[in-house]
Design a protein around this ligand. Structure first.
Ligand SMILES: [Zn+2]
Length: 465
């Protein structure tokens, strides 16, 4: 008997975690962190299954909402094998070490406040420590190339296809026999749009009996990438030509490398006006090194640069700032600079001090290149807040604000439909990794366009295949 249960990313976009049982074999696909409003508390709750009984953990990609609870899995006695692509393993390491550091800092602040209130007993220890992350990477990982088979016991075979979402991202194909019939379950992981800037776009999936598909943007279509690239380039050029400074709040992984690649291209073509460019994020600097380590995973243009010994994510005017002191020194640059810093939604990180120093000046610009969730500082700037409170100081928002929406790393509604359409033998379709309202819309569109009844997965409820 084959069963699948959602232990995360069921009617939500975080905490991705699915348990597949094929007879006695137990396979976990992803073990992500819950994020956002009220999410973090859920990370401390029971998994809902016994970590020690899992035989295999397969990771689709290295975003925290897909890997963020793996160290907790180790802490709770997981002894099975871990399967992922090489870039996913390497990126997971820097992401989880960074996450452990943040958890420790948050804990310190929480405990200090709780002590003053006298209820420190109510504060959890951090979800995991740097030590737990190191234990995880002391284990042997079984890394796979795309389409390389790997036997899961005697029952099943797994292979990975390129999901085109971030470097190393994969959809997971599990092939097994049931009543002498060959069957295939596929987990999409996060699927990229067909047009990507720096990595190869998503591979076609030709066959599956059962598909678990993400539905982050099941309700909408994005602007085209080309349009967004043009918008980005002209926002940069206009601001620098007027002697202004450009702030780019950016996610350390993928989006930063895309921005660096675009600036590299502008520089090479002589289209970047004279300026200083700062990559002010230690995590993004590390991530960029990993993108250079796997040129085979890059799309044609950056791969070609790399093959002639050029770094596609660098150029003469780029300066990387590791230390806090170097970061603060950027404040003394008065004009013609581009500053790329995290966090992508301005809810912490080095971008905060740059906003404090630059947001009031009408010569400057802030370019948002990623989605801004409601409740974040980034969202209030995008929504046109006149004043922003930073470090207890009120700052007037006079900078030009650009919101560029076409860089999404997720497929939109059309892309998802077109990815599903050619799949042969598909007889069961389950929606995961999406908000309920968007999934409802997506279910109707799937029925209309593909004539398939898709089901929305519920947390903790098993489906029999
Ligand atoms: Zn992702």
């Amino acid at each position: 008997m084959t069963k699948v249960t959602s232990y995360g990313a069921a009617q939500t976009v975080t905490g991705s975690c699915h348990l597949v049982k094929i007879d006695s074999l137990r396979i976990l696909v992803d073990c992500g962190m819950f994020q956002g409003d009220g999410g973090s508390q859920r990370n401390y709750e029971d998994f809902g299954f016994e970590a020690s009984k899992i035989d295999y953990l397969i990771l689709t990609h290295a975003h925290l909402d897909h890997i963020g609870r793996v160290p907790k899995l180790i802490k709770e006695g997981f002894k099975g094998k871990i399967i992922a692509t090489k870039p996913t393993r390497d990126i997971a390491k820097i992401m989880l070490l960074d996450s452990a550091k943040i958890l420790k800092e948050e804990y310190k602040i929480l405990i200090k406040k709780a002590k003053r209130r006298g209820d420190e007993d109510l504060i959890h220890e951090p979800l995991y420590s740097e030590e737990n992350v190191k234990q995880l990477f002391a284990k042997k990982w079984h890394t796979l190339e795309y389409y390389q088979d790997y036997k899961l016991g005697h029952h099943a075979i797994v292979s990975l296809g390129n999901a085109g979402h971030i470097m190393g991202s994969a959809f997971v194909m599990i092939d097994y026999k049931e009543h002498e019939k060959q069957k295939r379950i596929v987990f999409s992981g996060d699927i990229g749009s067909p047009e990507r800037l720096i990595i190869d776009s998503v591979d076609k999936l030709d066959q599956a009996d059962t598909l678990f598909i993400e539905s982050t943007y099941g309700d909408r279509n994005h602007k085209s990438l080309k349009e967004s690239v043009e918008e980005f380039k002209s926002a940069v050029t206009n601001t620098i030509n007027e002697n202004g400074n450009v702030l780019i709040p950016s996610f350390a992984l993928e989006r930063t490398q895309e921005i660096l690649w675009l600036l590299h291209e502008m520089y090479e073509e002589g289209l970047l006006p004279q300026c200083r460019v700062f990559l002010d994020s230690p995590l993004a600097i590390k991530a960029t090194e990993l993108y250079n380590k796997y040129p085979f995973h890059l799309s044609d243009a950056p791969e070609a640069e790399s093959s002639i010994g050029k770094d596609p994510f660098s150029f003469k005017w780029l300066e990387t700032t590791q230390s806090r002191d170097q970061s603060i020194k950027i404040n003394s640059v008065k004009k013609r600079s581009i500053i790329i810093a995290g966090s992508g939604m301005c809810n912490g990180g080095r971008i905060m001090q740059h906003l404090k120093h630059r947001l009031w000046n009408p010569n400057n610009a802030v370019i948002f290149v990623g989605y801004q969730v409601e409740g974040t500082l980034g969202r209030s700037i995008v929504d046109g807040a006149k004043y922003i409170k930073l470090y207890g100081e009120e700052i007037v928002n006079k900078a030009t604000v650009y919101t560029i929406n076409g860089f999404s790393a997720h497929a939109d509604q059309n892309d998802l439909i077109e990815w599903i359409r050619p799949i042969k033998k598909l007889n069961k379709l389950f929606l995961i990794h999406g908000e309920t309202a968007k999934m409802d819309i997506f279910t109707q569109v799937i029925k209309q366009k593909l004539d398939i009844d898709a089901q929305i997965m519920q947390y903790g409820v098993s489906v029999e295949l």
